[in-house]
Design a protein around this ligand. Structure first.
Ligand code: SF4
Length: 401
C-alpha cells in the first residue's frame, strides 16, 4: 500500500458471520486522473478525468456514520489518481460535508501526492485543516526522473522539489515515500543522503511492484534480490549514524521483531473493514486500496457495493466479497503454515498476491521477499548485533508464529 498511514486497532468483531475489523483508514479517490505518467504506475484509468461529486461525498458521510471506528479520529487518505488535480474548493466543501454529515466522527485528512501542484493556496488548506501530507519522490534527480515522468516523458524531479520547498516555506510537516527501483539500488549512499536532507518527518520505502497494469518490475530479475539486500544493508548502516530520522520499514519491522512472543502482526489490508476504499463514483471495496478499479477473471470487479445504495453490512454479504475473502483467508492460512516470516508479516497483501500469483489464495511473492523478508533479515541482523547474540542472520530460523 503506497500510503503512510495504517490503522492501529484491529481487534475483530462479528458482522453477518464475517470477522470484521473496526474501520481505521478510509481511502477516497477524488479523481481517476493523474497529471503525470510514472512508468511503474498500476492505475489503468489515470488518463481519464472522472471526479467525485458533492452527492457522493454526502453519501460517503452517511455510509461511514454507521460503521464501528477504530480510533477517536478516522484517518482519510485522498489518493489515486493525483488528489491535487481536484480543486482546493472541492476539498473545502468535502471536508465540511464529511464533518457535518458523519458527526460525531472526527476526521484526520491525509493527502498522498506527487507534490507538483503544491502552491500557497494548497498550503493554506493544509494548515486550516491540519492535513497530513505524504509526497512521493524516489530519490536524487537521475533516480527519480528515470521513472516519475510526465506524459511528454520529462522528469518531474524539479517540480516535486519546488512543491516540497513550498511545504517547508509554510512550515508544513510532511512525510515522503520513495519507490525503490533498480536505478536506486546502484547508489545507496546518494539515496540515503538525499532523503536525509529533505526535512521529512518520516521516510518510507516501497519496492517497485507488479501491480494492476504494471506487469513487470525492474526488481523482477534474479540478480536484483542480492543487490536489494546489499542496498538495504548499506542503508541500515548509514541510518545508524542518524537514528533521529524515522524510516517506516526499519522502525515498523523492529517493533514487530521485538513484540512479545505470540503477538504476531495483524494486517489491515487483509482484514475486512479495517481499510475501506471508495472510488469517485461511490463504489466500495475493502482490503488493499489497489483493488479499486481492477478486474479479474475469477473475482470480476472488486466493487462490492456503492455508498449511494448500500451500507457496510450489505458489502460483507455480497457474493463477490465472500468469494474473495474465502480465498484471502486460505492464502493467510497457507502463509501461516509455510512461512517463517508469518509473525512479522501477517500473511501478505492481497493485491500483490493477485497481481503476481493470479489468486488471493497463494503465498510468497516477489513483493514479500523484498518488502517483508529482506527488511526483516536486515533488521534482525542489527538487533542480534546490538544484543551481542548470533552471527546476524535470518528471521527464517524458527517460525515465530
Ligand atoms: S512473507 Fe510472504 S509468504 Fe511469508 S507470510 Fe508474508 S506474504 Fe506469506
Amino acid at each position: 500500500m503506497n500510503i503512510t498511514s495504517a490503522p492501529s486497532d484491529l481487534q475483530p468483531f462479528l458482522l453477518n458471520d464475517v470477522k470484521c475489523a473496526p474501520l481505521g483508514l478510509l481511502v477516497l479517490q477524488p479523481t481517476t486522473f493523474c497529471n503525470i505518467d510514472c512508468s511503474y504506475c498500476y492505475l489503468s484509468h489515470r488518463s481519464e478525468n472522472r471526479r467525485m461529486n458533492a452527492s457522493t461525498v454526502r453519501a460517503i458521510a452517511r455510509f461511514v456514520r454507521g460503521i464501528r471506528i477504530s480510533e477517536e479520529r478516522l484517518s482519510v487518505v485522498w489518493h489515486a489518481g493525483e488528489p491535487m488535480t481536484a480543486p482546493v474548493a472541492f476539498y473545502e466543501d468535502a471536508f465540511q460535508e464529511l464533518q457535518s454529515g458523519a458527526a460525531p466522527i472526527q476526521f484526520r485528512h491525509h493527502f498522498q501526492t506527487n507534490g507538483i501542484l503544491i502552491n500557497d493556496d494548497w498550503c493554506a488548506l493544509f494548515k486550516k485543516w491540519s492535513v497530513q501530507i505524504g509526497v512521493s519522490i524516489d530519490g536524487p534527480k537521475e533516480v527519480h526522473d528515470a521513472h516519475r515522468v510526465d506524459r511528454s516523458k520529462r522528469g518531474t524531479y524539479d517540480r516535486v522539489m519546488r512543491g516540497i520547498a513550498k511545504l517547508r516555506q509554510h512550515e508544513i510537516p510532511f512525510t515522503v515515500i520513495g519507490v525503490l527501483t533498480e536505478d536506486a539500488l546502484r547508489s545507496p549512499d546518494d539515496t540515503w543522503r538525499f532523503f536525509e536532507s529533505l526535512g521529512a518527518t518520516q521516510v518510507a520505502f516501497n519496492v517497485e511492484e507488479v501491480e494492476g497494469i504494471n506487469h513487470l518490475s525492474s526488481l523482477s530479475i534474479s540478480e536484483a534480490a542480492g543487490s536489494f539486500r546489499a542496498f538495504l544493508q548499506r542503508l541500515a548502516t548509514l541510518r545508524q549514524a542518524n537514528p533521529g530520522i524515522r524510516v517506516r520499514e526499519f522502525d515498523g519491522m523492529r517493533g514487530h521483531l521485538m513484540a512479545p512472543h505470540g503477538n504476531g502482526v495483524m494486517r489491515a489490508d487483509n482484514m475486512p473493514g479495517a481499510i475501506i476504499n471508495i472510488d469517485f463514483a461511490g463504489n466500495v471495496t475493502t482490503f488493499s486500496p489497489e483493488l479499486l478499479g481492477t478486474e479479474h477473471g475469477r473475482y470480476g470487479t472488486f466493487e462490492w457495493g456503492n455508498v449511494h445504495n448500500d451500507d457496510w453490512p450489505a458489502i460483507v454479504s455480497n457474493a463477490g466479497f465472500k468469494l474473495a475473502y474465502a480465498d484471502i483467508l486460505a492464502g493467510i492460512q497457507r502463509c501461516g503454515d509455510s512461512c517463517a516470516y508469518f509473525s512479522v508479516c501477517g500473511g501478505g497483501n492481497p493485491s500483490n498476491k493477485l497481481a503476481e500469483l493470479g489468486t488471493f489464495a497463494g503465498t510468497e511473492t516477489q513483493y514479500c521477499r523484498l518488502h517483508i523478508q529482506a527488511f526483516a533479515d536486515i533488521v534482525m541482523e542489527d538487533l542480534e548485533k546490538e544484543l551481542g547474540i548470533g552471527q546476524g542472520g535470518h528471521v527464517g530460523g524458527p517460525n515465530r508464529k
